[in-house]
Design a binder for this molecule. Structure first.
Ligand SMILES: C[S@@+](CC[C@H](N)C(=O)[O-])C[C@H]1O[C@@H](n2cnc3c(N)ncnc32)[C@H](O)[C@@H]1O
Length: 204
């Protein structure tokens, strides 16, 4: 990766502290909503995989995964959690999401969990279009968009509920939860979350 190209700063702590805090956490419940729809195996991409909870989960099911992250420490942490059988299922890509090359029509599932909103609005639009192109017909997208009421709204790319509906207009929405409430970050400090959890399917 070009050493001058960096992942944007973590809004709460250093990225390393953030990764450490998320390592012991369970898989996000949104994956439980996805599971009944998933084929037994397939090919997935995880954009901004972090310490790789979803990557490990899919690899243990026998999926092949391209895991992308701009932070070396995230990929190192993921590597430490893979064992012989699962290691061979995962290809890691140390690159920025806006530079990630995604083969057209190749993926049964693309994950962008809490990662797209770190992109600028222009990059977000480009990557969002690439995700659609990279999915197979019938493939699934799972991820989050950040809402305008979020505490991080002034530092990140946000969307209104209507804009999220527009982003999903080419898809069949399988699951959507609009959250606008006080909560906490993984490191424990309080935060107002305005986030849209989404699972969507590209039409066949
Ligand atoms: C909030 S974390 C989420 C990690 C993981 N998806 C999860 O849900 O646990 C965001 C991740 O996206 C990565 N990231 C953020 N902006 C990025 C960019 N522009 N290019 C590549 N990776 C990026 C960070 O390094 C981090 O691992």
């Amino acid at each position: 990766m070009n050493p001058t190209s960096q992942v944007p700063p973590n809004p709460v702590s250093t990225w390393n502290e953030y990764f450490q805090s998320t390592r012991p956490m369970p898989l996000h419940p949104l994956f439980g909503e996805l599971e009944p729809y998933l084929p037994q195996t397939g090919r997935a991409a995880d954009l901004g995989c972090g310490v790789g909870h979803a990557v490990v989960w899919l690899a243990e099911k026998g999926w092949d995964i391209d895991a992308f992250d701009g932070h070396e420490e995230a990929l190192k942490s993921l590597g430490e959690r893979l064992f012989a059988e699962t290691r061979s299922k995962v290809a890691t890509h140390h690159c920025l999401l806006q530079d990630a090359s995604l083969a057209h029509g190749q993926y049964d599932l693309i994950i962008a969990a809490y990662s797209l909103f770190f992109l600028t609005p222009e990059q977000h639009q480009v990557v969002w279009n690439r995700i659609y192109a990279a999915l197979k017909p019938g493939g699934y997208f799972l991820g989050e968009f950040l809402g305008v009421n979020d505490d991080w709204a002034d530092q990140m790319t946000t969307h209104t509920a209507e804009q999220v509906t527009e982003l999903l207009s080419r898809y069949e929405t399988i699951y959507r939860e609009d959250v606008d409430r006080d909560g906490f970050v993984s490191m424990g400090s309080p935060k107002h979350w305005h986030v849209f959890h989404v699972i969507a399917r590209k039409p066949v």
